[in-house]
Design a protein around this ligand. Structure first.
Ligand code: ATR
Length: 271
């Protein structure tokens, strides 16, 4: 039996165990995935201990992703993003970040291309960072808009090393969205318990817009309801969660997991 785990604090609500165990079960792999509550001060012991115990791999979540950079051997992408969400033990202890790939795959899974597209990323926190880096690297023209414009500017300066990017505040969102192909909410606005929050309303949207909300609690956020009213294409946050997990699964095992099984496990757990 090979063990896998997700480390974080808090961790009891993580959907990763149910998602990965469903994939292991569907593939008849002798593997098991568990959640562990780990404080930042103990992260190094936890990662090295898991390696010593023969774990197949780890995921990291809040508040451990940034701290892990100094403990593992990070990939270039994890270094750029400044956070590690996947640890692999095959060659030493390597640290990856699959969040951006999760976002990209959530889009391409729906037949939405990235290269040359105008992508508006709302937010400049950890999630926005991973998404902006990945999509800029994939050839999108990225605009980062954030309530605190200085944070958007700082992120854009970093992302400029890998692709085309500009920064903005929320003042000109109307105009920005008219020129946008793909709008991604990477803020916590709309997340339970404040489910009536949205940064963009239907009157600001157009039918050719793709609206992707990384929030999956609730599944249909206020932003996605507004997008439906505008006739825009909607993508909920489940697929980013599933695809970041699928990418980690591939890194650990070399096997492409059944994403439909993982998606069903997550949707069942959420409903
Ligand atoms: P994460 O790592 O999950 O992305 P974070 O680093 O705390 O979390 O970032 C949260 C993001 O949501 C930020 O972009 C934040 O905007 P500020 O940088 O201006 O704080 C954004 N955010 C949170 N609540 C918001 C609100 N009520 N209105 C607008 N933006 C909000």
């Amino acid at each position: 039996m090979k063990l896998f785990g997700v480390l974080g604090d808090p961790i009891s609500h993580s959907l990763s165990p149910v998602m990965h165990n469903a994939a292991f079960c569907a593939l008849d792999m002798d593997c098991s995935y568990h959640a562990f509550r780990v404080k930042p001060d103990n992260l190094e012991y936890a990662i090295k201990g898991a390696g010593a115990l023969g774990f197949g791999g780890l995921n990291l979540t809040i508040p451990l992703k940034e701290k892990a950079l100094g403990i593992v051997e990070p990939t270039e992408m994890a270094k750029s993003i400044g956070a590690v969400n996947t640890v692999d033990f095959k060659n030493g202890i390597s640290g990856h970040n699959t969040d951006g790939i999760g976002a990209r795959m959530a889009l391409t899974d729906r037949g939405i291309g990235i290269g040359g597209k105008n992508v508006l990323v709302l937010g400049a926190g950890g999630a926005a960072r991973a998404i902006a880096f990945q999509l800029a690297k994939d050839g999108a023209r990225v605009t980062i808009a954030n309530r605190t414009v200085e944070r958007a500017q700082a992120l854009a300066r970093d992302v400029a090393a890998v692709g085309e990017v500009t920064a903005s505040g929320f003042g000109a969102l109307d105009k920005l969205i008219r020129q946008t192909d793909i709008l991604i909410n990477s803020t916590s606005v709309g997340m339970s318990p404040d489910i009536s929050g949205t940064l963009v309303t239907s009157d600001m949207m157009h039918p050719d817009l793709v609206v992707f909300d990384i929030v999956y609690n609730p599944l249909k956020t206020c932003l996605l309801m507004e997008a439906e009213i505008a006739g825009a294409t909607t993508i909920d946050g489940v697929m980013m969660l599933v695809y970041q997990g699928a990418e980690a699964f591939k890194i650990w095992t070399g096997v492409s997991p059944p994403v439909d099984v993982m998606e069903k496990a997550v949707r069942d757990a959420l409903s």
